[in-house]
Design a protein. Structure first.
Length: 731
C-alpha cells in the first residue's frame, strides 16, 4: 500500500511538471517568440499611428439641383461612412464569415492561425491565411498580398499594434471603408450603391451577405459577371451567420433560394455627360487633380435633371428625324455627305453618314443658373462641347444687337427704313450686294417689321446709320466675347460666336437690361460638409430697362407673326420672344428665345460646316427643338408675363404717319415708346374714308405703303468696271 502511494505521488509530480512544461511551451514560449519577432521586425513594421490622419482616396460626387447623382470622379470609387451608419446585419455577416472571435481577440485569431498552419504544413506551401479582420486590415493598408512567411509575420505583428492603438469600432470602420469590393469600388457604401443602388444603411440581410462574400475575391465572386458563383458564396455567408447565432435556420434557408437582384445602372455615374465633363474641367482647372479624384467633395450644381432628360430626348428625336430626311433627299452616292469605311477583316463594306450635330443651353432667366445643356449628339463619339466651345456664324440671330443699338440711341420701333437693294464697296474693291431670304423687297417698313420678318436689306441700312463700331460696342457689352470685325456684313451675323454667349446676351431683354452671367455650380463642400465654394447670381446692368423692354416687345413679334411663329403653331403659348438665325448656304440653324422663366438657345449643323440642306433654316430645324423643350419645361409652371418697367408708355398711332391716331385714320396700331420719345403730334393726313376700321393691337403691318418721312439711308451706286460680289441670303 505504501509503495502504491509512493508511485502515485511520483506520477502526480510528473503530471504537474508536464503541465507546467506545457504551459511554458504553449504560453510563455509563444510570448517569447512574439517578443523576439517584435524586436527582429520592429524597424520594418509600418507606423500604425499614421492612421490617426488617414485620408484614403474618396469619390467626388456631382449632384443636380434636384438631388440626382450626375457624376462620380475618383481614382478609387470610395464613399466613406461612419460605423454608426453601417447596419447590424452587415456587421454580423462580416464577423460570422471572417472573424468570429473579433470582439474577443487581441489582433490574432489563434484557432484560425492553428487551422491555417496545419493546412499549410500539410500542403507544403501557404494555401490558407487564417487572418483576423485586424490582420486583413493591416495587409490592405500596409503590407500587400505577397504570400510569404515574412509578410505573414509582419501582418500578425502589425495587427497586434493596431489592436493596441485603436478600438474595435475604429478598426471595423477602417476595414469596412478600405477594402476593395470589385468593379472599381472600395468600401461598403460605394459597393452598395453600385451593386444594389442603395445606401449601405438600406440593404437587407441577403444583400449584406452578398457584399461580405465579395471580400474573399471580389472579381471572382462579382454578381455582375458570375451571378451563380456569387450566390453560392452568399449562401456560405448566410450559413456562417446561422452557425454563429445571428440568423435562424428557417430564414437562412429561405434567403438562400432567392436570386441576387442587382440595380439596373451599374457602370458608375456619368449622366448629362457634356455638363458633367464641363464641371469636371472646371474643378480640375481651379482646384487640381487631388481635389477632383481624392477629396470626396460634394458638388451641387444648377442642372435640373428633369429638364436635362427632356432636352436630351428632344434633341435626339429631332436630329434623328432630320438626319433621315437628309439621307433620303441626298442619295448615298453624294460624297459631300458620306464617307466610306471599309473593314477588310470582316470582309464587308459599310457606308457611314456624318452626324448632324446640335446643342442646347437653357438658363434661368433671373439668375443665369444653367438648367439644361446638350453639347452634341453623342458624347462618347465626340467630347467637343458645342454649347460652350463651338464658334459658329449666328446669321440673323445677331440682328438684335443692331436693333438694340438703334433703340438705345433713340430710334423707335415704328421708325421707317427702306427694304430695298443696297450695294457696298468692300475694302478689297469688290462690291457687296446683300439680299433678302426671299429675294423680295418690301420698300419702307418699320424697324419692328424689319426685325420680326428678318429683312436683311433693311438691317444693313440701319447698321450703316448706327455704325458698325457702335454695334460691336453693344454686342461686347451684352456678352459676346469673340472678336468682331468692323465689316457691314456683321449686321447679318458674319462673325463667329458661341451659343452660351448668345444666350447670355438674350437674357438681358427679359431682365430689364440686366445681364446675368451663366453659372453651373451652386456650391462645393468637402467630405466633412465644409463649404469650399459658393456661387450666387452675378448681375450687371448693361441696358436701360426701357430699351430692354422695347427690344423684348419687338422680339415677341417674331413669335407672334414672324419667323418664329412656328412656336405658336406647335403649341407654346407663354409670353415669349426670340430670334431665328440661318447662315450662308444653310450651314447653321439657330433659335434663341426667352420666357419669364428660361432663356434657351438651340444650334444645329455639321461640325465641318457642311450644308444641312435646302431651306434648312432656323425656323425649320432649330425652332421645333426649342419649342418642344420650352413646352415641357413650362407645363407645370404658373403662367407669368413680363413686367412693364417704369418709363414705358403705349400709344395708338396711325399706320401711315406713325403719329397719334385720329378718328380719320383708317388703320390704328398700338405701339410702344419711352416717355421721352413718344409722339406728341396728331396725324395730319386726310385719309380717304374706308368702309371698315380694324385696330390691330400688337401689330404694325399696314395695308398700304406708308408715305411718312423716312430715316436717311445713303446708298452707294454701282461703278463701271467694279467687281461684283453677291452675298448669300440670310434668314
Amino acid at each position: 500500500m505504501e509503495i502504491w502511494d509512493y508511485e502515485t505521488k511520483i506520477s502526480r509530480t510528473k503530471l504537474i511538471k508536464i503541465i507546467i512544461a506545457g504551459v511554458i511551451t504553449g504560453i510563455v514560449l509563444p510570448i517569447f517568440v512574439i517578443l523576439f519577432l517584435f524586436l527582429l521586425f520592429l524597424p520594418e513594421l509600418p507606423p500604425v499611428e499614421s492612421l490617426e490622419n488617414y485620408s484614403p482616396p474618396l469619390t467626388t460626387i456631382v449632384y443636380s439641383c434636384d438631388g440626382e447623382v450626375l457624376a462620380e470622379f475618383s481614382g478609387e470609387r470610395r464613399i466613406w461612412v461612419p460605423l454608426s451608419q453601417v447596419p447590424q446585419v452587415l456587421k454580423d455577416a462580416l464577423i460570422s464569415a471572417e472573424d468570429k472571435s473579433f470582439w474577443k481577440h487581441w489582433g490574432l485569431d489563434s484557432w484560425g492561425i492553428f487551422r491555417a498552419l496545419v493546412v499549410n504544413l500539410t500542403r507544403g506551401s501557404i494555401r490558407q491565411g487564417g487572418s483576423s479582420i485586424t490582420q486583413q486590415l493591416a495587409r490592405a493598408l500596409f503590407l500587400g498580398t505577397e504570400r510569404t512567411l515574412v509578410r505573414k509575420i509582419k501582418e500578425a505583428l502589425t495587427a497586434i499594434k493596431l489592436e493596441q492603438k485603436y478600438s474595435k469600432d475604429e478598426i471595423l470602420e477602417l476595414y469596412l471603408n478600405q477594402n476593395y469590393m470589385g468593379r472599381g469600388n472600395y468600401g461598403v457604401e460605394a459597393a452598395a450603391k453600385y451593386y444594389f443602388g442603395k445606401h449601405i444603411n438600406e440593404i437587407d440581410v441577403a444583400e449584406a451577405a452578398t457584399l461580405v462574400g465579395l471580400l474573399k475575391a471580389p472579381e471572382i465572386y462579382t454578381p455582375v459577371k458570375y451571378p451563380e458563383r456569387a450566390k453560392r458564396r452568399r449562401n456560405l455567408v448566410l450559413e456562417a451567420m446561422c452557425a454563429n447565432g445571428k440568423l435562424d435556420k428557417h430564414t437562412a434557408d429561405s434567403l438562400k433560394q432567392a436570386p441576387i437582384v442587382l440595380a439596373q445602372e451599374r457602370e458608375g455615374y456619368f449622366k448629362a455627360p457634356y455638363f458633367s465633363e464641363f464641371v469636371r474641367q472646371y474643378i480640375e482647372s481651379k482646384y487640381g487633380e487631388d481635389m477632383l479624384y481624392r477629396s470626396g467633395a460634394k458638388v451641387y450644381t444648377t442642372l435640373d435633371w428633369r429638364l436635362q432628360r427632356a432636352a436630351d430626348s428632344i434633341m435626339a428625336r429631332e436630329l434623328s428625324m432630320r438626319q433621315r430626311w437628309i439621307q433620303k433627299i441626298h442619295h448615298i452616292t453624294d460624297t459631300s455627305y458620306t464617307q466610306l469605311v471599309f473593314d477588310s477583316t470582316k470582309g464587308d463594306t459599310v457606308r457611314v453618314w456624318k452626324k448632324l450635330q446640335g446643342a442646347l443651353l437653357a438658363i434661368e432667366t433671373k439668375t443665369g443658373a444653367i438648367k439644361a445643356l446638350v453639347g452634341g449628339t453623342n458624347f462618347w463619339e465626340s467630347q467637343f462641347n458645342r454649347a460652350v466651345q463651338a464658334q459658329r456664324q449666328p446669321g440673323s440671330a445677331f440682328k438684335p444687337f443692331v436693333y438694340t443699338a438703334a433703340i438705345d440711341n433713340g430710334y423707335k420701333p415704328c421708325d421707317l427704313i427702306d427694304d430695298l437693294p443696297i450695294t457696298e464697296r468692300l475694302p478689297n474693291g469688290e462690291l457687296w450686294r446683300p439680299s433678302n431670304y426671299d429675294d423680295q423687297y418690301l420698300g419702307p417698313i418699320t424697324l419692328r417689321k424689319a426685325l420680326y420678318r428678318s429683312r436683311n436689306l433693311a438691317t444693313v441700312r440701319l447698321a450703316k446709320l448706327i455704325t458698325i463700331n457702335e454695334i460691336i460696342k453693344y454686342a461686347h457689352r451684352m456678352g459676346i466675347r469673340s472678336s468682331l470685325q468692323p465689316n457691314l456684313s456683321l449686321a447679318l451675323g458674319s462673325c463667329e460666336v458661341t451659343l452660351i454667349d448668345l444666350v447670355t446676351a438674350y437674357s438681358i431683354f427679359p431682365n430689364n437690361g440686366v445681364k446675368v452671367k451663366p453659372y453651373w455650380i451652386e456650391r462645393i463642400e468637402d467630405k466633412n460638409g465644409v463649404v469650399i465654394e459658393e456661387n450666387k447670381p452675378q448681375k450687371e446692368e448693361v441696358l436701360s430697362p426701357t430699351t430692354a423692354y422695347i427690344m423684348l416687345d419687338m422680339l415677341r413679334d417674331v413669335i407672334r407673326h414672324g419667323t418664329g411663329i412656328g412656336a405658336r403653331l406647335r403649341g407654346f403659348d407663354w409670353d415669349a420672344g426670340g430670334k431665328t438665325g440661318t447662315t450662308n448656304d444653310f450651314t447653321d440653324a439657330w433659335f434663341i428665345g426667352f420666357s419669364p422663366r428660361l432663356v434657351t438657345g438651340v444650334w444645329v449643323g455639321f461640325d465641318d460646316k457642311t450644308r444641312i440642306g435646302d431651306d434648312m433654316n432656323g425656323a425649320r430645324v432649330a425652332l421645333p427643338i426649342w419649342t418642344d423643350f420650352m413646352i415641357f419645361a413650362h407645363r407645370k409652371l404658373r403662367r407669368e408675363e413680363f413686367p412693364i418697367p417704369k418709363g414705358i408708355v403705349y400709344a395708338d398711332i396711325c399706320s401711315e404717319s406713325h403719329l397719334l391716331a385720329t378718328k380719320r385714320c383708317p388703320e390704328v396700331i398700338r405701339e410702344i415708346f419711352t416717355e421721352q420719345n413718344k409722339p406728341e403730334a396728331y396725324c395730319p393726313l386726310s385719309h380717304r374714308p374706308k368702309e371698315e376700321h380694324i385696330p390691330l393691337a400688337g401689330s404694325d403691318e399696314p395695308t398700304e405703303k406708308p408715305s411718312a418721312p423716312k430715316l436717311h439711308q445713303p446708298t452707294i451706286e454701282d461703278k463701271k468696271g467694279a467687281k461684283e460680289k453677291r452675298e448669300p441670303i440670310e434668314f
